[in-house]
Design a protein around this ligand. Sequence first.
Ligand code: NAD
Ligand code: TYD
Length: 354
Amino acid sequence: MLLVTGGAGFIGSNFVLDWLENSSEPIVNLDQLTYAGNLENLASLRNDSRHIFIQGDLGNRELVSQLLSQYRPRAILHFAAESHVDRSIHGPEDFIQTNIVGTFRLLESACAFWRSLGQEERSQFRFLHVSTDEVFGTLSKTDPPFTETTAYQPNSPYSASKAASDHLVRAWHHTFGLPVLTTNCSNNYGPFHFPEKLIPLMIVNALAGKPLPIYGDGQQIRDWLFVNDHCTAIRRVLESGQPGETYNIGGWNEKANLEIVRTICSLLDQFKPKSDGTSYSAQITHVADRPGHDRRYAMDASKIERDLGWKPKETFETGIRKTVHWYLDHPDWVKNVQSGAYREWINQHYEAQS
Ligand code: NAD
Ligand code: TYD
C-alpha cells in the first residue's frame, strides 16, 4: 500500500493512473481538492477498490496519523503542493501553509509512524518528496544545467516555499533518520494539466479564439518533460533510490516559450484548421512580463540515468503531439474545468460511495 498526497492534481493523478495500470498495489490518495484537484481525472478508477480516495488536508495531523495507522503504507509519495508561480505572486500565504507547514506536519506524522514500525518494515519504508528545478533559481544562456549539487537560489514565493520543504525533508533524514528521497523535476506537460499553466492554457485559449499571452519577449527557457516520463522516474527512485539522496529529473528538452506556443499553433493548424484559413499563431499577444521571471531552467539528469537507469522516452515532438491530441479529444474535460463543473465530481463521487 502506498499513501499519495495530491493524487487528484496534474502529476499526482497521472501517477495514480499509471501506478494502478502497472501494479496491483493499492493507493490511498489524500487530496484536499483545492481548485487544482480534479476527481474527474480519476473517473476511470471509480469502481476500483485499489484506489481509496480521502479528501483532506495533509497538514491535518490527526487525519494523517489515523490514515497511517489504518493503512500502514510502505511509502508516502508527497505530490501535494500549491504549484502555480503566478498565484504565488498574487497570494503567497497558501504556499507557505501547504508547501512548508503542510510538509513539516506530514514529516512529523510520517516519522512517528516510521518509528512505530518493526525493524524490517522500518528499513523498507520510504518518504518520497516531489520537488522542482525552480529551487535552483535561474540560469544564463551559457550556464551549465542544474545538477544535484547546485546551490539553492529560489526566486519566487513558489520556489522559495518548495526549497524550504526540500530543506525540511533533508533535515528529517539527517536528524531523525527518516528514509527520504527527493526528486527535483523540470516542467511537466501532458493530459489533465490545469489550463493555468503555459501549454494547456495556450491550447484551450487557441481553440476558444482567445489571445495567447506571452510574458515579456517569450525567450525564457524551460526544460519540458512529458508527465508519464516523470511518473516512470518516480517509480524508479522509489524502487532503487538511496535514502538521503536527491535526483534531478529532466527531459533534455530546452525550449523558449515562444517556440512552444508556435509549435502548438502549427499542430492545431494541422489537426483542427480554422474555418477562415488563418493560423492560430495570429492570436499570439505579448503581455507584461511576470515579476522576477526566471530566464532559464535546465536539468542535468545524468545521475538518475547513471545510478537508476532512467531516461525519458518521449521527445518533445512526440509528447506535444500526444498532448494536443489529448486536449482535442477531451473537450468535456476542458469545458468542466473552465466552468468549474469538475467540482461536482466531488459530490458525485461521495454519492457513488455512500
Ligand atoms: P497541481 O497544482 O496540479 O496539484 C496539486 C494537488 O495537491 C491538487 O490536487 C490539490 O488539491 C492538492 N493539494 C493542495 N494543497 C493540499 C493540501 N493542503 N492537502 C492535500 N492536498 C492538497 O500540481 P502538480 O503540477 O501536479 O505538481 C505536483 C507536485 O510536483 C508539486 O509538489 C509540484 O511542486 C511538483 N512539480 C510540478 C511540476 C510541474 O511542471 N507541474 C514540475 C516539477 C515539480
Ligand atoms: P508556467 O507553466 O506557469 O510554469 P513555470 O512558471 O513554473 O515554469 O510557465 C512556463 C513559462 O511560460 C514561464 O516562463 C512563464 C511563461 N508563461 C507565459 O508566457 N504566458 C502564460 O500565460 C503563462 C501561464 C506562462
